[in-house]
Design a protein around this ligand. Sequence first.
Ligand code: SF4
Ligand code: SF4
Length: 534
Amino acid sequence: MRSLTNKKKIMAKDFEIPQLPTYIEIPHINEGVMEGDGPFKAVEEFQTPLGFPGEKVDNWQEVAIAKMGELKSKYRSIQVFLDSCVKCGACTDKCHYFLGSSDPKNMPVARQDLFRSVYRRHFTFAGKYFPKLVGAKELDEGMLDDWYNYFHQCSQCRRCAVFCPYGIDTAEISMAAREVLDAVGVGQKYCNQILGKAITIGNNLGLPEPALRDTLLDLEEEIEEETGVAVKYPLDVKGAEILLITPSADFFAEPHIDGLIGYGKVFHQDGVSWTMSSYASEGANFGMFIGSYDVMRKAALRIRKAALDLEVSRVMVGECGHAWRVAYSFWNTLSGVGSGGSDEYSLKLQDQLDSRYPQPQHIIEYTHDLISRGKLEFDKSENDDRTVTFHDSCNVARATNMGGIPNGQFILPREVIKAVCNNYVDMERGTIMESTFCCGGGGGLLTDDLMEIRIKGALPRMQALKEVEKTSGVDTLAAICAICKSQFSKVLPKFDFDPYMIVSVHQLVSEAIILDKPQTIDSEPEEVAEEINN
Ligand code: SF4
Ligand code: SF4
């Protein structure tokens, strides 16, 4: 057993950063150590645009129970998950937030029980008549506070579900709880404020078209100056073949923008026509985090409209973990990208999209395919100053696939990295692929008011990283998720790592790719002469 004490303190808030252990051990339980008010709550201006009450409604208990009933009938999985837990305990030590915080309510089964106990009280015979016997509880103020607090200490990573013999998915229960909270007017500021911008302006940052266009033009200039090649970052090009939907962090923040630079270079080398859309310039869809199908759909429909208006034949997704989950798992029924959707616009889009390609397709699948067909050339030595490891992002790892092959979501990113880097090492097997540990900032937790749980939740990933740093000299952590990249930039230094060691996979591609140089005025006569001589 290890102690979670440490000398280091964070300036802004007085909490202790856990020391990295030699290996992950189950911590002593510290009841209530993460109790609190939860993240900042959304005020009216962030609630009402999403269709939620502006503040906590007077009859909130009645509304909450009615909402639970609605969700129980709408999503059969919720009722199955709530009814089937046998308290075997297999999930208890699988959550990074429990391992990092030691608060027993961060054990997945205990987190579920916050919801399950109320479900039992109101929706089961035994819970109605013999509540104490079956652990049924009322939804009172204390329980509501616990819901708000502890369901915002779940990144919906689904690691616990991998180890549950019944496949109970705490992420879905967490989404349902957040949906109930929004229905009674107790929403989370971070997610709901962002969603308001995404569904009205088209991206999480509220970046208007002129700002986006300027950013992309600046990027083109910088790349041409650096490489001598006119790599383009097109916006709103009607008739382009590919519409790229990428997280808006790619437009400005490090290390994300280096990934965007890489996508552009790959498109350039392939010679394909592509575009981004100022109307739908966001891949992230926080509607999934708050459990709201309606809000998730509003964001997804902007993408459908952009695809129809721009008359593209392919839709591609950039490096964003939950965006890929929403695209891969839900876009078909949300928007008609893929095989689902039967409304007029879905059918029109399906007719328009080229069925010879996966719809949607991940940028990793695209680059991997070009590499496999020998269409890209690399100088791997450009990355020889790095020893790289790969962090499997939760939503990609446990909720999607790539390449249409079993475990493709683990294989393809690694093969892309190995095609552009000579030095690659995996972290310990129990911490990657389907067992990957969350970065600690997913599921709508990437806000500074949740910094304590973000740092504590990062502990298992940091421990595995420290191990390969020690044993193999790993100095670069690659990821294909915008949230992971932002989270790691913040938490790496808390555990004595270089914050710049986190990179986009397409940054590694960008550094190694050999671009066709256009003929310059100086080189032209020589090349022409050479051709004549040949
Ligand atoms: S989904 Fe992830 S964060 Fe949530 S309880 Fe399970 S392991 Fe923890
Ligand atoms: S592993 Fe599954 S069945 Fe066992 S306690 Fe956890 S949720 Fe319940």
